[in-house]
Design a protein around this ligand. Structure first.
Ligand SMILES: [Zn+2]
Length: 115
């Protein structure tokens, strides 16, 4: 489960922020990742709970935003975003020459809500 190591490095980053900005409690952690990244949201949640029984993140909520994937259509040369499954046709021209161009973003720390 690589979510454990993701959370581990996230907690290291949060600790550094805490030292630098002198906060003692994290209320919420906002993260994002691409729809096509290998991050499993429930495993992430589980890893976070497992690794933060005490300390500044003990009461923190984890908020994960899944970024939509971007698809390019070769027929009409337009880009579109997809929230759902792998699209097989373009919503603009109904062409099927579509290719996924983005959506693999790795886990990123967006914002911390702290006290
Ligand atoms: Zn198209």
């Amino acid at each position: 489960m690589h979510e454990l190591s993701l959370i581990q490095s996230l907690l290291t980053i949060i600790d550094e922020h805490a030292k630098k900005h002198k906060f003692t409690r994290v209320n919420q952690v906002n993260l994002s990742c691409g729809r096509l990244s290998s991050v499993e949201p429930s495993a992430l949640e589980f890893a976070f709970k497992t690794l933060t029984p005490a300390g500044i993140c003990a009461k923190a909520r984890l908020e994960l935003t899944i970024l939509p994937m971007k698809i390019h259509c070769a027929t009409c040369d337009q880009e579109f975003a997809s929230e759902g499954a792998d699209p097989t046709s373009c919503p603009h021209c109904r062409g099927d020459q579509v290719m996924v161009t983005d959506g693999w973003q790795e886990l990123q720390l967006i914002e911390l809500d702290v006290d």
